[in-house]
Ligand binder design. Structure first.
Ligand code: URA
Length: 287
């Protein structure tokens, strides 16, 4: 049977729909086979397997550069790639240390760009740090970037971002009067929810980002952002619309969980609750 460009397009469309939207290897691996071994393409020069993120990074770099180099540090220098098998605990500790050292948002962005402790960095196109005005009194924090955000490097620019813009506009806000970021600043493949481990590794960075931006009001968009930042296991239908206290590290501010715009796009009937939350935000901003 002959396959043509149309078949290739259909196959790619099928992969995309199934959420497989990132290339992580040159050769397919049959993981169902009894004797499945890591493909040679996934091994470092010392014969040890590379992690997914390290592999993707290595695959993107010039073979003559630092492909496969083992490093104990999750922070790389410009032009370097750390490909160590870093344990999650080590990555969390390194994230805490790096975040603590940032004295400005610009420094934090640079540190995050160099941080290799989160494997999502290897499959994402780029870091999605923030958008809007860091001087604003209000900060919105979502879960993680999606496809459009990954391409543009700006949070909330896709369909849910457009809805967020309209919700902000309804209470007299726009991106010059709000600061916007995500708990996880790299897009998870296929837009899946970040794992608790990925969120834990990124948490010191978003906490420091909030501390440095120092807003008066923090809005947690959706359940993952709410549970991660407000350390609660309660679901978003119970937490939304309830004011929480959030300790930035230097002071206590008010935090409000609300539904994520992506959820509102799927469940438009819930918009009336989000509207109540936004009216509460508007009121809080004048006090
Ligand atoms: N969803 C999020 O949580 N964040 C974005 O930046 C985009 C979509």
């Amino acid at each position: 049977m002959n396959y043509g460009p149309k078949d290739a397009r259909e196959l790619i469309a099928f992969y995309l729909e199934a959420g497989a939207d990132a290339v992580i290897g040159e050769e397919p691996v049959d993981r169902m086979a009894d004797d499945a071994k890591p493909s040679p393409a996934r091994l470092g020069p010392d014969g040890k397997p590379l992690r997914a993120g390290a592999f993707a990074k290595a695959a993107r770099t010039d073979p003559a550069s630092d492909r496969g180099r083992q490093s104990a540090s999750p922070l790389s220098r410009p032009g370097e790639s750390a490909t160590a098998l870093i344990s999650p605990d080590t990555a969390i500790m390194a994230a805490r240390e790096a975040a603590k050292n940032a004295t400005s948002l610009d420094e934090l962005r640079v540190l995050l760009e160099r941080f290799e402790g989160c494997t999502l960095r290897g499959t994402a196109t780029q870091l999605v740090f923030a958008d809007g005005n860091p001087e604003a009194r209000i900060m919105f924090v979502g879960e993680a970037p999606g496809y459009e955000e990954d391409i543009t490097g700006r949070p909330f620019v896709g369909r849910s971002g457009k809805l967020l813009d309209r919700m902000m506009e309804a209470i007299g806000l726009d991106r010059t009067r709000a600061y916007i970021a995500n708990v996880v600043p790299w897009r998870p493949p296929g837009n899946r929810t970040p794992t608790p481990q990925e969120a834990a590794i990124c948490l010191p960075f978003i906490r420091r980002q909030i501390e440095l931006a120092d807003p008066d009001i923090l809005v947690c968009l959706g359940q993952p952002a709410t549970q991660t930042l407000l350390t609660t296991k309660e679901g978003i239908t119970r937490t939304r619309g309830r004011w929480f206290k959030y300790d930035t590290g230097t002071r206590q501010i008010r935090a409000l969980p609300t539904f994520h715009p992506a959820f509102l796009l799927r469940s438009p009937l819930q918009k009336r609750f989000a509207w109540r939350d936004f009216l509460a935000i508007k009121k809080a901003l004048v006090s």
